[in-house]
Design a protein around this ligand. Structure first.
Ligand code: ANZ
Ligand code: ZN
Length: 766
């Protein structure tokens, strides 16, 4: 066995160490005893049955390298893995291959874990969880019940996003807005986050979570978490805090009534030349009732037309509207202000009504020009501005504003509002872009929403709230009559096996077919009642999984409080930036709810979050149609996991992604072979010379070594893996030169292996 084993056998070495790690539980910290816990988590994967993509491997390896590095610094690293297997994504796949989702899950689960094993991550394999496991979703349902009891889960009927292909409603966060440009205009397109189909609007009654109740807290929390800036910015914009005022414009048609607008620019009040209402503003009905003749017909026609566009989910293109024939009074000078209905006024935002100030708002400018409405300038721009061409939207000094002339915009906002407040015609107001989270899905493959509806109780106005204390009944402002949560001792509500699991498209979940499932006794009065048949959004499954991992052994509770206190919040979380306002927002919300319900003692789930970039192949996005999808298994078989890992981390900055090229992986393989060779040769030399001279490290070599240690340490801490590897490579060149001249010391060899260990754990361990 004396031949220098330069072409090391990666398959043998990798299998050997993976077995040792598994048998010895190397990566299984003692969760209840650990003195130095570090929770290193990678975003929950939802596997497709086609198996893991090299992009998944890329993400996981990057997280594992960080974990291995922390472990080498002495931390007790907990790095769990599991499977977010419930949800539309998995179910759509099952439909595509015409197999039941239960079967697909059974068939693919092992494959998924096996694939992950070969990459050699330091996962805590004994702590796996799957979201479709009743032992897990029991607690997802329990969480729903906790929110219901706290008044944070409610039902309401509203226009919602409906994906015609997935045949279910979607939360706002799950609708992707794209800018599409046609020949002469820029338009927005709204499509399903899962399948890309354009969404439409439907009026449906759904379960909602009151995430808006936490808007301010979600905003404030951004300041104290160490997250990738772009993700924090995305959340900031999504929350969309807008501070302004509500202003009332008294109406002539009805005594003591007014149109209330929301504005962020009270300073422009004296420039108001019309009011515009959204098509389903409540006043529109009154107007329609009072309008006569042709005008009435025209309004009706406009409303029908708007409704059609709305149902098709088409965004408003050109600004269009109609004069209603009615006027309001200006709240300061009493001028007559015409009331329009306009397609650019959004229903769900502010009060659904705006004061039109064409001189200082672009949308109003466009509208006023089209309908020949007066454009009245009230702000003097800082620099020259041509009011015949566009609106001036900046701040400045006021003119044409009577008593408010000469004030700056800032002063004017305050003074004008103060005067309105005195008259009882204005108040400070804050608006948010964030909407409540629609949690129901008319699908099969998810956790059944654990609620029961009793018709008899509903008739009598009874609900869980009326049976409890009057206070909480008052707190729940929605009409909860007839609704009861499933008692906790009866959880989980097991998802029944339904052969025909496909979505029905009727707005009702396939679960409604199963009479055994649907019919239950009312927990309060014992009458015949019905279960809710919608399942919860899969994003609820993943909004709390990090709490379950360390507590998997806990049977009676969702999590163990002392283990949770020890391990949470998550120290380092890595994942894709595409989840900025989805999973990453929902988890923060759920965590804050738990904190308020005194279920945990922290209010942010992830202390540190870093987004990784995307991996492409030969300069192009990987896709099956292009035929350039890299199957990680093939590469591991051919080059070994160590080579694949190190190459993935070398092909670009981790936060920016990389370009996978076959030449590149060959280069990495050569490099690792050189490392193997210098190690094997130096060890032999040192064995032979152990009794003879022992080489001491010289000053220059020592300098090179420490410089590399420092650089690799700092770079790994910053997830700058590619430059860390480059530094090791540079040092290798130096070591190879030394080995020819004077030999390499064992210290250098040891350090080399340690620095490389997070990237190539098997060969370095060997
Ligand atoms: C008068 C005004 C004058 C406005 C001016 C702007 C400039 P953000 O910042 O997004 O909150 N607005 C209010 N409710 C609306 C609705 N339902 N649909 C469409 N537009 C609406 O924007 C607030 C501004 O958007 C408000 O301030 C209002 O126009 C408009 F020189 O009021 B502004
Ligand atoms: Zn009842």
């Amino acid at each position: 066995m004396n031949k220098p084993d330069v072409d090391f056998n990666h398959a043998e070495i990798e299998a050997k160490w993976q077995k040792v790690w598994q048998d010895e539980g190397t990566y299984e910290p003692e969760l209840s005893k650990s003195k130095n816990p570090y929770y290193n988590l990678m975003m929950f994967p939802y596997p497709s049955a086609e198996g893991l993509h090299v992009g998944n491997m890329y993400a996981f390896c990057g997280s594992d390298i960080y974990g291995r590095y922390k472990r080498m610094l002495g931390r007790d690293v907990f790095e769990p893995i599991g499977l977010d297997g419930f949800g539309i994504h998995s179910e759509n796949y099952a439909m595509k291959i015409n197999e039941h989702p239960v079967k697909v899950a059974e068939r693919t689960q092992d494959n998924f874990y096996n694939q992950l094993k070969i990459i050699g991550n330091g996962f805590a394999w004994r702590q796996k969880l799957e979201t479709y496991d009743p032992d897990y979703y029991k607690w997802t349902q329990w969480i729903f019940v906790q929110l219901f009891k706290a008044g944070l889960a409610y039902r309401k009927s509203a226009p919602v996003n409906w994906c015609p292909s997935c045949q279910t409603v979607l939360a706002d966060e799950q609708v992707i807005k794209e800018q599409v440009s046609s020949i002469n205009k820029q338009e927005e397109k709204f499509s399903c986050e899962r399948c890309g189909t354009e969404v439409v609007k439907r009026d449906l009654t759904q379960w909602y979570f009151k995430i808006t109740h936490y808007a301010q807290s979600l905003l404030d929390g951004l300041e104290k978490i160490d997250w990738s800036e772009k993700v924090k910015l995305a959340q900031l914009n999504w929350l969309g805090k807008s501070e302004g005022a509500k202003i009332m414009f008294p109406l002539d048609i009805e005594k003591d009534s007014s149109v209330v607008v929301f504005t962020t620019r009270a300073d422009t009040l004296m420039g108001t030349s019309y009011l515009a209402l959204a098509a389903d503003h409540p006043l529109v009905i009154t107007i329609l009732n009072k309008a006569k003749g042709q005008l009435r017909e025209d309004i009706q026609e406009f409303l029908d037309y708007s409704h059609k566009i709305f149902e098709r989910g088409e965004p408003a293109g050109e600004k269009e509207g109609i004069y209603t024939g009615f006027n309001a009074r200006h709240p300061i000078n009493g001028d007559e202000i015409p009331i329009y209905i306009a397609n650019y006024v959004l229903t769900g935002y502010g009060t659904g009504a705006v004061m039109g100030v064409p001189a200082h708002d672009e949308r109003d400018f466009e509208f006023a020009n089209k309908y020949q409405i007066r454009i009245k300038q009230v702000i003097i721009p800082d620099e020259h501005h041509d009011f015949s061409q566009s609106a001036y939207t900046g701040f400045g000094r006021l003119i044409n504003s009577g008593a408010f002339d000469n004030l700056s915009s800032l002063e004017a906002k305050e003074k004008i509002l103060a005067e309105l407040v005195i008259k009882g015609l204005g108040s400070v107001d804050v608006n948010w872009h964030l909407r409540d989270w629609i949690i129901s899905r008319q699908r099969y493959w998810g956790a059944p929403i654990p609620m029961i509806f009793c018709q008899r109780c509903a008739k009598e106005g009874m609900s869980w709230f009326t049976h409890k204390d009057a206070d909480s009944a008052k707190n729940s402002k929605w009409d909860s009559a007839g609704w009861y949560p499933v008692e906790e001792s009866n959880l989980p509500v097991v998802l029944p096996y339904i052969e025909n699991f496909r979505p029905t498209g009727t707005g009702v979940s396939p679960l409604a077919q199963d009479a055994n499932f649907v019919n239950v006794k009312c927990p309060a009065c014992g009458a015949e009642a019905k279960r809710e048949t919608d399942v919860s959004d899969t994003f609820l499954d993943s909004a709390w999984y990090f709490l379950r991992y360390p507590s998997l052994g806990t049977k009676k509770k969702a999590w163990d409080s002392s283990i949770t206190a020890k391990w949470l919040p998550v120290d380092m979380y890595i994942g894709g930036a595409e989840h900025s306002v989805l999973h990453l927002l929902y988890s923060r919300f759920i965590t804050k709810v738990f904190k308020d319900l005194k279920l945990i003692n922290f209010d942010e789930p992830f202390v540190k979050f870093r987004a990784h970039g995307l991996l492409i192949k030969d300069g192009a996005k990987m896709s099956k149609s292009r035929g350039n999808v890299v199957n990680p298994d093939d590469y591991v078989a051919k080059f070994g996991a160590d080579t694949l890992r190190a190459y993935l981390m070398f092909c670009g900055r981790y936060s920016e992604g990389g370009d996978f090229r076959d030449e590149g992986i060959l280069g990495m393989q050569r490099f690792l072979k050189r490392v193997w060779k210098i190690v094997v040769e130096s060890c032999k030399q040192s064995d032979q010379s152990s009794t003879a001279k022992k080489i001491e490290i010289d000053r220059n070599s020592s300098y090179m070594m420490h410089k590399t240690i420092k650089k690799v340490t700092v770079d790994i801490e910053n997830l700058s893996y590619n430059t860390a590897i480059a530094a090791i490579m540079e040092w290798m060149n130096f070591l190879e030169a030394s080995s020819k001249e004077k030999g390499v010391t064992i210290t250098e060899i040891e350090v080399l292996l340690k620095l490389l260990a997070p990237f190539a754990p098997h060969m370095t361990e060997d």
